[in-house]
Structures are given as structure tokens and as C-alpha cells.
Design a protein around this ligand. Structure first.
Ligand code: ATP
Ligand code: MG
Ligand code: MG
Ligand code: MG
Length: 568
């Protein structure tokens, strides 16, 4: 590519609304332009990078045996009613009507569509197992779109879905996809961690998230110092033996949901964040009087009925603890509990099963489902921001080996064992070896293709701009010419080198825009080209080019063969 024939539009300004480095650098480098909240144009430069990620994902999916297809973005309401998600999915689902006033949504995910495809397409066990995937634009009406393409409303996802007769076969494919994800993130040069995850709104039995590690990440990850255990904090909190509160410490031990959980619950409920979830706390005792944990959702001035939440949390034997039991358990008088009622004690669990909570919350305003008139700040102390987390560094690891440390991550991939719930709801079956109808079990596997671009920058930048891992760079090498107008041989030599590199199959960009060297180098550094070769009058006189890696402090002089050898 000759830059004079490309559209590169960098800027020195630091955009005011960009909070994190990737958002700033993507705007400065001119990779994306905002159209509206959560909606971005990928410029020609940005698109080159996006396509690199897409390419790596596609190659690894193909190598892992997944088969590409492409489903519609717009999906009919009727499909979503079959699974009950038209209502349940909540505010993230963008609903719309056509001219006949029939309802559709813009797909935030494709479980319904693929299951519809499968029930029409798959008739026999001989067609299983099979894994389909697509790379496609999704829309989710996020409560708080931010950080550019990191949390956008419209974004590019790779989503794959697998179909199996047996649970064992699903587990095999899950492992296969897990391994393919590891290869994708390694190939893209990212530092990542796979963690146990909650199955959340999509549901299912097993799940891992893949996180790119970065301080700006919205997710917290807990990992063990003494083993391979790693989980998102929500799950670590649910799995960890929660510590017994010390006397007088009850208030600090009421853990509250993370910002993310609040957002997720609010999204599922389709309400604004300001007047929504203030706390998810845990309360009660089992039938033997042992302290138990139940989610109590405080919304506005309502406390949701904890018995119903106990059922959702799978605590069949739950009953509210008596005041005496609570006092005994806590070892002190839980005075602040007064406004909530006489029979409630405290304990943890937040962020668990947000979807199930949302199901429940549908009834939250019915009479008898909540205790009215309770307000954080007024009746209960406002929780400290520092308390908004579920596990703390130093807590014992749930696997009993070592203690937990915390770090932050950006969720770039997510694999699920869905089980049969979608296939059952949508009456998808195939004939098994005995000619009997069998409902297939399913897996689903997502990668945030566009989010990866931003996540990679969070790990690869310096004061001068982006430092792309080679697999993601818009071009591998930039050929820059110094004062080409003054000396025609410079332009000629640069052009020859450019063509030699291109002929050798190296992705090269020729900066023939005629900028001064400082501005030209600054641009190439800002947009993160991994290698730079400078063609100058002085170099030509010595028979050399000046070569420098984006990550190196010094340049070296190499002849033509040296440059080709270095970059080949
Ligand atoms: P998050 O927790 O960040 O909201 P999610 O768990 O809702 O993500 P999934 O349903 O697991 O997302 O979708 C698969 C992948 O799609 C995610 O791992 C993430 O990389 C990407 N993704 C999800 N939401 C967005 C978004 N708003 N913008 C960009 N990428 C996204
Ligand atoms: Mg989400
Ligand atoms: Mg998530
Ligand atoms: Mg996820």
C-alpha cells in the first residue's frame, strides 16, 4: 500500500471523552470514528486490524473443525418466544417492527437462530457432532457503552455452536474449542488467562471466560497462588467458604454487587441504573439453623423476598433465621437489621445468577414480594465502595490450595456447555442409532473480535503510540523516505525496496506522503507498525537502509539483503 493512495488521518489531540488508553490511541491513530453512542465506523486503517483478528479467529476455528456459515442479524420475535428470551433477555435486546408491524430483534446472540437451523437441517445422528460458526455484527443495547469499541452497542463477534448426542461428546468439543481459543490468543500475542465463569444469562452447566489481563479491565479475576485455579470473582465468591464475620463487623461483611452486576441486573430488568439494584446480600439459615446465604435484592426502597430468592439459589431447605440464631451466629446484636425485619441475618453472595435473579425480580413489585420502605443511606448505612467486591486478596482459594490474588481482565472470549435447554425448548431432535428421536446437547463459544483490537492495545503501547503484536499490525513494515523531492534516487530506491518486500510476501506500506521525517515517524509509531525502514540520501551513499523495530531503542544500518533477511 502506498500511503498517498490510502486514507490515514491521525491527530495529536487527546480526545476529551476517551478514558482508557486504547480508546485514546484508536481515536488518535484514526482507527475508529464515533457515529453515536456505542456505534463506530472502522476507518480503512482500523478495518485492516479488525480483519487481522478475524483472520486469526477464522483460521483457528477452521483448523479446529468448525464450519462457517452466516445467519441473519435480524431475528423474528417468534423464535425468541420459543425460548422465553423475548421477555427475559431484558433491555439489551433491541426490538423493532417491520412495515407489517411484525416484531423482530437485532441479534445480540444466535442460540435461537442456530437451533432453528439445526432442527430443520439435522435429521440423523450421522450428522453429529457438528460445530457451526459465524463472524458477524451483534447489537446489544448496553446500559453504559464506553471505552470505544471495548463496550460498544454494535460489535463484531465470532459465535460458534456445537451439537452432540452425548454429554461426553459435548465435553470433548468444549475442550477442543477451549484449546482453539488458547491458540487464537497466543497467536495474537496477547497475555490472557482462562477462568471459570458463571453461566449467566445464557445458562448451562460449565463455562470459562478468556480474559486479556489489563488494569483497565471491567472484570475482576481471582486466581490462586498455589494452584491453577482461576475464576471470575463472582464465581470465586460463590465457591469460596465465606469467612465468618467478626463481632461488630457485620456491616462490612454485607457484600454488595459489583457495578457490573448492577448493570447486568438493570439491563435484564430494563430499568435505569440510578434507581435500581443497590445491594445483593445474603440472609438466613437452613432448616437446621445453620447460617445460609440468600440473595436479597434492594431496589429503590424495596427489599425482595428472600425466601423466593433462596429457592432460586437452590437452598431448598432455607427458612429465615430467627433473631436468636442470627445473634448467636454473628456473636453480637445486629442492630442495623431492624428496618429489614426481625428475621434476617447477613452474609455474602453477590453477582450470582443474575439471570435467575432477574426472573425473580419480575415479581418484585407484587404485594408481599418485598418489604417496602427500606433505603440504603437512610435505614441502612450506604456501603463503602471498597466493599463492592466478593472476594479479597488473601482469601483461601476454593480448591484449598494457596490463597487468592486478584487482577483485572477484559473478557474477550467465553465458552459454555449449554446442555439441552435450547434444543428442548425449540423441539430440535435427531434420530439416534436405534431410530429413536434424541434431543442434542449443545455448546456455544463466543469471541469478541472487535473488543480484541482494543484489548490488545491495552497491553501494547508506549508514549509514542500503539505497538501492535505482528499478527494484528495493519502492515508489518513501513518504508519511509527522507526528502524524496530533493533527491530522486531516494524515491526510486524506496519504491524498489517497497516492491521487493511486497514481492517477498511481506505486508508493507510505503510512506510517500511527502511529510517531514519527524511527522512521518510519529505517525508510523502512533499507528504501531512493528518495523520501519528509512531510505535516505546518506544511507544510499553507504549502500544501506536504516532499520528499526517498533520496540527497539536503536536503529541499525542494513543493506538490501539484510533488510529482506530481517523481515522475511
Ligand atoms: P461482558 O461481560 O463484557 O458484557 P458478555 O459476557 O455479555 O460480555 P458474551 O455474551 O459472553 O458477552 O459474548 C461473547 C463475547 O462478546 C464476550 O466475551 C466479549 O468479548 C464480546 N462482547 C460482549 N459484549 C460486548 C460489547 N458490548 N462490546 C464489544 N464486545 C462485546
Ligand atoms: Mg454483557
Ligand atoms: Mg461477561
Ligand atoms: Mg460472557
Amino acid at each position: 500500500m502506498r500511503l498517498s493512495q490510502f486514507h490515514l488521518h491521525t491527530s495529536k489531540e487527546i480526545p476529551a471523552d476517551a478514558e482508557i488508553i486504547s480508546h485514546k490511541l484508536m481515536l488518535k491513530a484514526g482507527m475508529i470514528r464515533k457515529l453515536a453512542s456505542g456505534l463506530y465506523t472502522w476507518t480503512p486503517l482500523g478495518l485492516r486490524v479488525l480483519r487481522k483478528v478475524e483472520h486469526a479467529v477464522r483460521e483457528e476455528m477452521n483448523a479446529a473443525g468448525a464450519i462457517e456459515l452466516l445467519m441473519p442479524s435480524v431475528q423474528p420475535k417468534e423464535l425468541w418466544e420459543e425460548t422465553g428470551r423475548w421477555e427475559k433477555f431484558g433491555g439489551q435486546l433491541l426490538k423493532m417492527q417491520d412495515r407489517k408491524e411484525a416484531w423482530y430483534c437485532y441479534g445480540p446472540t444466535h442460540e435461537e437462530v442456530i437451533t432453528d437451523f439445526a432442527r430443520n437441517e439435522l435429521a440423523s445422528y450421522k450428522q453429529l457432532p457438528v460445530t457451526f460458526y459465524q463472524i458477524q455484527t451483534k447489537f446489544r443495547d448496553e446500559i453504559r457503552p464506553r471505552f470505544g469499541v471495548m463496550r460498544a452497542r454494535e460489535f463484531l463477534m465470532k459465535d460458534a455452536y456445537s451439537f452432540h448426542l452425548s454429554d461426553e461428546d459435548l465435553e470433548r468439543e468444549y475442550r477442543n474449542m477451549f484449546d482453539a481459543y488458547c491458540r487464537i490468543f497466543e497467536r495474537l500475542g496477547l497475555q490472557y488467562r482462562a477462568v471459570f465463569a458463571d453461566t449467566g444469562a445464557i445458562g448451562g452447566s460449565a463455562s470459562h471466560e478468556f480474559h486479556v489481563l489489563a488494569d483497565s479491565g471491567e472484570d475482576a479475576i481471582a486466581y490462586s497462588s498455589g494452584s491453577d485455579y482461576a475464576a471470575n470473582v463472582e464465581l470465586a465468591a460463590a465457591a469460596a467458604p465465606a469467612p465468618r464475620p467478626a463481632a461488630g463487623e457485620q456491616m462490612r461483611r454485607i457484600e454488595t454487587p459489583t457495578q457490573k452486576t448492577c448493570e447486568a441486573v438493570a439491563a435484564l430488568m430494563g430499568i435505569g441504573l440510578e434507581r435500581t439494584v443497590k445491594s445483593v446480600a445474603v440472609v438466613g439459615a437452613d432448616a437446621e439453623g445453620a447460617p445460609q446465604f440468600v440473595l436479597a435484592l434492594v431496589r429503590g426502597d424495596h427489599v425482595v423476598n428472600e425466601i423466593k430468592l433462596a429457592k432460586l439459589a437452590g437452598l431448598g431447605e432455607y427458612r429465615p433465621a430467627t433473631e436468636a440464631e442470627i445473634v448467636e451466629y454473628l456473636g453480637s446484636e445486629p442492630g442495623f437489621l431492624g428496618p429489614v425485619g426481625p428475621a434476617k441475618a447477613i452474609r455474602v453472595v453477590a453477582d450470582r445468577d443474575v439471570a435467575a435473579m432477574a426472573d425473580f425480580v419480575v415479581g418484585a413489585n407484587e404485594a408481599g414480594y418485598h418489604l417496602a420502605g427500606v433505603n440504603w443511606g437512610r435505614d441502612l448505612p450506604e456501603p463503602e465502595v471498597a466493599d463492592i467486591r466478593n472476594v479479597v486478596a488473601g482469601d483461601p482459594s476454593p480448591d484449598g490450595q494457596g490463597t487468592l490474588a486478584l487482577c483485572r481482565g477484559i473478557e474477550v472470549g467465553h465458552v459454555f456447555q449449554l446442555g439441552r435447554r435450547y434444543a428442548e425448548a425449540m423441539k430440535c431432535s435427531v434420530l439416534d442409532e436405534n431410530g429413536k428421536a434424541a434431543v442434542p446437547t449443545m455448546g456455544c463459544y463466543g469471541v469478541g473480535v472487535s473488543r480484541i483490537v482494543a484489548a490488545a492495545i491495552e497491553q501494547n503501547f508506549d508514549d509514542n503510540g500503539i505497538r501492535w503484536p505482528e499478527a494484528m499490525a495493519p502492515w508489518k513494515v513501513a518504508v519511509c523516505m527522507i526528502n524524496p523531492k530533493k533527491d530522486a534516487s531516494v524515491a526510486e530506491a524506496a519504491d524498489t525496496l517497497y516492491r521487493d518486500l511486497a514481492a517477498a510476501g511481506i505486508e508493507v506500506v510505503l510512506d510517500d506522503r511527502g511529510l517531514r521525517p519527524g511527522a512521518m515517524f510519529a505517525d508510523m509509531e502512533l499507528i504501531g507498525i512493528p518495523h520501519r525502514v528509512v531510505v535516505s540520501e546518506r544511507g544510499l551513499a553507504a549502500g544501506t537502509f536504516e532499520y528499526r523495530a517498533r520496540t527497539a531503542a536503536e536503529s541499525e544500518n542494513l543493506d538490501r539483503a539484510g533488510v529482506l533477511a530481517r523481515l522475511g
